[in-house]
Design a protein around this ligand. Structure first.
Ligand SMILES: Nc1ncnc2c1ncn2[C@@H]1O[C@H](COP(=O)(O)OP(=O)(O)OP(=O)(O)O)[C@@H](O)[C@H]1O
Ligand SMILES: [Mg+2]
Length: 158
């Protein structure tokens, strides 16, 4: 097996639980960083969507955590890890429409149960690992240089 291609960029972002004011700042920084590195616009767009949804879920459902951005010649990876309640039923959480968002979050427009499906749809590889009562780790890989002709990767929402 050939060794993995070394990262050309790696950055760690902290995400605070419940910080709705700051929510979205990591995905904004990730998009900017990728653009500055000359990453393909389609990949930047998909990474921005994946990052935003993962970041929002950490803000809403976890006790805080971090997002690691790794850029390689052939792929962009986003690693989300948090401390928190974890996800008891991962298969269910992957289904469109499943949400445990509280009423206050629904009043702010969250809780459609589309975040994880949107992350998966915009990733080439997508893994969720979680331990109830401990936390959740999500890895998204977006391949570069793979032109997408279908035009349906933009996600399930505007
Ligand atoms: N980091 C997390 N820690 C604990 N539970 C989570 C986490 N991320 C997601 N979940 C659980 O998975 C469910 C589905 O997440 P998903 O992002 O698809 O929907 P949502 O956040 O509820 O709604 P939307 O993303 O559409 O605003 C959540 O309602 C929550 O129960
Ligand atoms: Mg969500």
């Amino acid at each position: 097996m050939s060794p993995p291609i070394p990262p050309i960029h790696k950055r760690i972002f902290l995400v605070a639980a419940g910080d709705l004011e700051g929510a979205g700042s990591v995905s904004t920084a990730v998009r900017r960083t990728l653009r500055e590195l000359g990453v393909e616009p389609d990949v930047v767009k998909r990474a921005g969507i994946v990052c935003f949804e993962g970041e929002m879920n950490m803000v809403l459902f976890s006790q805080g955590g971090r997002i690691i951005l790794i850029v390689r010649e052939d792929r962009v990876e986003l690693l989300f890890s948090d401390r928190g309640p974890g996800i008891a039923n991962i298969d269910l959480a992957r289904q469109p429409g499943y949400s445990t968002a509280p009423d206050w979050a629904r009043e702010l427009g969250f809780g459609s149960g589309l975040g994880i499906p949107n992350m998966e749809q915009n990733s080439d590889r997508f893994e969720i690992h979680s331990r109830v009562g401990e936390g959740t780790v999500i890895r998204s890989t977006i391949l570069r240089g793979v032109h997408d002709d279908t035009g349906d990767r933009g996600g399930a929402r505007a």
